[in-house]
Design a protein around this ligand. Structure first.
Ligand code: UD1
Ligand code: UDP
Length: 363
């Protein structure tokens, strides 16, 4: 049999490592040739190496040491360094996931060298171009040879944007594969380690640029979350992204003792905390999906979402970023009946994705 050129995978941040893990594991389990490039956009152990360890992923084949910086600086370094690897490594197709600067850099480097690009979690739109992620999504989708979309919603969006039907495949979202693969390994003991009881606490994570970089918005969001904890009688556990911690410090925003800020957690601990929480209050994309999959109601502290399926099934509410609307949304979701079903597929996305790329780019 002819030897195929390997599949190249580019990743760089916490959500990419988690959502790409089912694809990488699928390739390893079937001995399919591939290599992984890590941009090191995320490099702190709690945003990076802990996930390789917990998800049993081997170390990446290439680590680019790009680190933090302005958008141009970070993306520019990635383009230079990823291109050097693509120029040397034989590659049949490049897989990128999501909407980060790493996603765009991986897709752009490959596409300029005429290497086919496959975008996992394609077609999401918040319709808000002030978000860096929205620019990354649009650009990546339009230079990809195949867009793997989670649901019909994104298929419709991409068709409206003029992307050919032959370049779109509905696969579900690999976040479901990741949850199903790991839910049996959840570390429930994290509840007693932290000192919270099932259904007696909220989890909150806030890290979006547009929420944390503005002093007034950041202060108002945390003020509302703390007040909700007090008013409704719940502890609030906040495993905050380092970006948020440093902005709270920079702006000297003091938090009430109702909220417990802790370091970001490993995936197995964090799944357990999400599953057992009364409510998840977040601006994260991945948490909106996982909350929906784990049957925990979600309050999204943003003006929009690119995950409307979570709202449509009744698992999520778009609270906006104002004090009153956040409190009202929390009240609504605390009384929400949990009767939705997960719209993001049955956990076979990785297999659909790999089968497609093997058939179309390797045969
Ligand atoms: C990035 C993605 C965002 C994604 C998030 C997942 C872009 C434009 N943004 O945002 O879409 O939701 O990752 O968490 O790609 N920092 C550390 N340690 C690290 C990495 C970052 O302390 O390992 C701090 C640095 O101060 C850095 C800041 O976080 O300046 C922001 O990091 P950056 O990679 O620019 O964006 P994120 O906010 O992590
Ligand atoms: N996550 C984690 N530990 C934490 C917070 C989040 O393992 O302390 C996981 C979470 O389960 C989800 C992913 O990180 O799979 C979400 O990443 P993030 O919110 O940083 O990015 P986004 O999804 O918004 O791009």
């Amino acid at each position: 049999m002819m030897k195929m050129d390997p599949i190249g995978i580019v990743l760089g941040t916490r959500p990419e490592i988690i959502k790409m893990s089912p694809v990488i594991s699928y390739l390893i389990e079937r001995d399919i040739e591939h290599y992984v490039i890590h941009s090191n956009q995320h490099y702190s152990a709690e945003l990076d190496s802990i996930f390789f360890k917990q998800l049993k992923l081997p170390p990446p084949h290439f680590s680019l040491d790009v680190g933090s910086g302005t958008h141009g600086e970070q993306t520019g370094k990635m383009l230079q360094r990823i291109e050097q690897i693509f120029l040397k490594e034989k590659t049949s197709v490049v897989l990128v996931q999501g909407d980060t600067n790493t996603t765009l850099a991986g897709a752009l480097s490959a596409s300029k060298l005429h290497i086919p690009v496959a975008h996992i979690e394609a077609g999401l739109r918040s319709h808000d171009r002030k978000m860096p992620e929205e620019i990354n999504r649009i650009m990546t989708d339009h230079i990809s040879d195949i867009c793997f979309v989670p649901t019909q919603t994104q298929e419709k969006i991409l068709l409206q944007e003029g992307i050919a039907p032959s370049k779109i495949l509905i696969t579900g979202n690999t976040v479901v594969d990741a949850v199903l693969r790991n839910q049996g390994l959840m570390r429930n003991e994290i509840l007693s380690t932290i000192g919270v009881e099932k259904n007696k606490y909220f989890i909150t994570t806030i890290h979006r640029q547009e929420n944390v970089d503005d002093k007034k918005i950041l202060g108002e969001i945390f003020n509302a979350i703390c007040e909700a904890g007090k008013k409704f009688g719940y502890d609030i556990i906040a495993p905050l992204h380092p970006r948020t911690v440093s902005m709270l410090e920079k702006y000297s925003i003091k938090l009430s003792n109702k909220i417990r800020v802790i370091k970001p957690l490993g995936y197995l601990e964090f799944l357990a905390l999400q599953k057992n929480a009364s409510l998840i209050i977040t601006d994260s994309g991945g948490l909106q999906e996982e909350a929906c999959i784990l049957n925990t109601p979600c309050v999204t502290v943003r003006e929009n979402t690119e995950r409307p399926e979570t709202v449509d099934v009744g698992a999520n509410i778009i609270a906006g970023i104002r004090h009153q609307s956040i409190l009202e949304s929390i009240n609504i979701m605390l009384h929400k009946e949990i009767n939705w079903s997960n719209p993001f597929g049955d956990g076979t996305s990785a297999s659909k994705i790999v089968k497609y790329v093997q058939k179309n780019f390797q045969e």
